[in-house]
Design a binder for this molecule. Structure first.
Ligand code: 3UK
Length: 537
């Protein structure tokens, strides 16, 4: 694969928007959204209108625009509209809590927030604490670019919240023409927040040239994506995974993307596939398990799908086998990260080794190293380092974390891997205590800190435990304070306590009451000992 040589002056919006018009695809469907569809001409116009509206608000190059948006045409307009003017969109996880958003907005100093109406309720409680935010644009379901969303009417606000602007009104009278900002190929382009075991999430700063690198090497190189494809991604656009799958990959090759704003429940996913006929289906292992758990699937038709893709966490062989047996389409597992932007190791069609992550994607190199960064002989388990030109430039305002993670051309992924004699990579777990639940990061430290707020909890430890589908979910070990007794009621109470306080997907699926926790001489909890104990059970 060859990534086109980019000129020094380069704005990514030209590759993903203008190039489609130049290729004569202006009247081709770019986005399918409910009963509506949008052509590449429509998309170009709404991107430019949004860019012009941002300029009118005084947004300048490099200023951040936080996008707390459901998958929708407005997401597309906001993301590329900001990039068009050299501003930096920050697609943001929609599943979090007000305190998380307060942190993102203040850390990034975003001056503009574009938020979908149902998510505004998570901003309202912290509005007074936002130090830099000047404008809130609300995408109202009732007046959105396309009326047909599957959003619950009860989340509709009766009027614009005070001090906010209605998205549709905001861009309505703007010009559909706008020249791209004079950005450089190595200018910042957008940010994505990534969480770690301890400390606050880190804003990974991606550059103008990063998206084209992933689109050419993975989308075209591995998936053979082309303009006849139709993409549907269960992973939402705010994830680095979904952003490629359902936005800049299809736009790179002039394909069609199917956007679905609702919760990705198994029935809704199957119905969407049956109705909209994607050729490429992107999903995560937990959702594949959910789709396979549905009993009656006789009404669904997946025959349009030429390839299924999985990422976010390792795809167990059993799920690969079951899916192939049921639908006769192969799932290609691949590993990507927010920092590297998309998938850098992947299985290939008809050459998959179920249970492995596959082979290197063109454009990337790998090293398996020991704790001293010495490369290990082939076959040994070690830390995976990756080189490739889509790696983020830095973590915003986190100089030490940046230096710990990105070393010259290489980035430490935090994953343990081994490589077999044929060059297939086998995932062996994390080198930190982080775990994924449903493909989304859970920091055990955050869950523990939340449990500690409960009056009954003396101390606790959280690890990942495999569920019946061999997928990790958080499990808590809890030592109760004197005077409290373990009971099923207390277990249920602790679970909902966590769900209330932090993003619900982080809650412990199991709680085991114990009398003590394994600790080092200095009192640090040894989560690895609890993990060992569980695997020996
Ligand atoms: C883990 C996997 C085993 C691994 C992502 C595709 O997941 C993505 O990004 P995140 O920043 O997480 C990265 C970490 O997740 N992981 C992801 N995929 C796999 N582990 N097998 C896999 N197939 O620990 C990695 O370091 O949330 C996925 C594309 C873009 C992405 N950002």
């Amino acid at each position: 694969m060859t990534v086109p040589v980019l000129p020094d002056r380069y704005n990514a919006s030209t590759t993903f928007i203008d190039a489609n018009l130049q290729a004569g695809r202006g009247s081709k469907t770019a986005i399918v959204y409910g009963d509506q569809s949008f052509t590449y001409n429509d998309v170009a116009a709404m991107v430019n209108r949004t860019g012009n509206a941002l300029l009118k608000l005084g947004v300048q190059m490099e200023q951040r625009v936080m996008c707390l948006l459901l998958d929708s045409p407005e997401f597309v307009a906001s993301f590329f509209g900001a990039i068009r003017i050299g501003a930096l969109p920050i697609p943001t996880n929609t599943l979090l809590k007000p305190a998380d958003y307060e942190y993102f907005l203040n850390d990034s100093r975003a001056t503009v927030l574009i938020v979908s109406e149902p998510l505004y309720a998570s901003i309202e409680p912290v509005r007074a604490n936002l130090k830099w935010l000047k404008h809130i644009i609300v995408v109202r379901a009732s007046t959105s670019l396309s009326a047909s969303t599957s959003l619950n009417a009860s989340t509709s606000l009766s009027a614009n919240p005070p001090g906010t602007i209605n998205f549709a009104d905001w861009i309505a009278h703007e010009s559909p023409k706008l020249a791209p900002a004079d950005t450089a190929r190595d200018d910042a382009c957008f940010w994505l927040y990534s969480s770690g075991t301890t400390g606050f999430p880190k804003g990974a700063v991606h550059l103008q040239h990063d998206m084209i690198y992933c689109a050419e090497n993975y989308a075209r190189g591995v998936l053979n994506m082309n303009e006849n494809d139709r993409t549907f991604s269960v992973a939402k656009l705010f994830f680095a995974y979904g952003l490629g799958n359902a936005l800049y990959f299809p736009f790179y090759v002039g394909a069609t993307t199917i956007l679905y704003p609702g919760r990705p429940e198994p029935k809704a996913i199957y119905e969407t596939i049956t109705k909209t006929k994607p050729t490429l289906f992107f999903c995560v292992p937990t959702a594949y398990a959910g789709l396979l758990a549905l009993d009656d699937t006789s009404a669904y038709d997946l025959s349009s799908v030429r390839q299924c893709i999985s990422a976010g966490e390792a795809l167990p062989k059993a799920l690969y086998d079951k899916w192939l047996a049921k639908w006769n389409v192969e799932i290609l597992d691949g590993i990507g990260s927010t920092e590297i932007l998309h998938i850098f190791i992947s299985n290939r069609a008809n050459q998959a080794r179920p249970g492995s992550s596959g082979k290197l994607v063109p454009g990337y190199d790998a090293k398996i190293a020991d704790e001293n960064d010495q490369e290990l002989p082939q076959g040994e388990v070690g830390n995976l380092l990756i080189r490739g030109d889509s790696i983020c430039a830095l973590y915003w305002n986190k100089h030490t974390k940046t230096k710990e993670t990105i070393v010259g051309e290489w980035i430490r992924t935090g994953d343990k891997y081994s490589i077999d004699a044929d060059g297939y990579f086998w995932y062996q777990g994390r080198s930190d205590d982080m775990l994924k639940a449903g493909g989304i990061w859970v920091s055990p430290v955050e869950v523990e800190a939340t449990l500690m707020l409960h009056a009954a909890v003396f101390e606790c430890a959280v690890i990942g435990l495999m569920d019946k589908d061999e997928l990790l979910k958080p499990k808590a070990f809890v030592v109760l304070k004197q005077g409290f007794a373990s009971s099923p009621e207390l277990e249920a109470e602790l679970k909902s306590f966590v769900k209330d306080k932090i993003a619900p997907y982080k809650y412990p699926r199991w709680i085991e009451f114990v009398s003590e926790l394994p600790k080092t001489a200095t009192g640090k909890i040894q989560r690895f000992k609890l993990r060992q104990r569980e695997t020996e059970k």
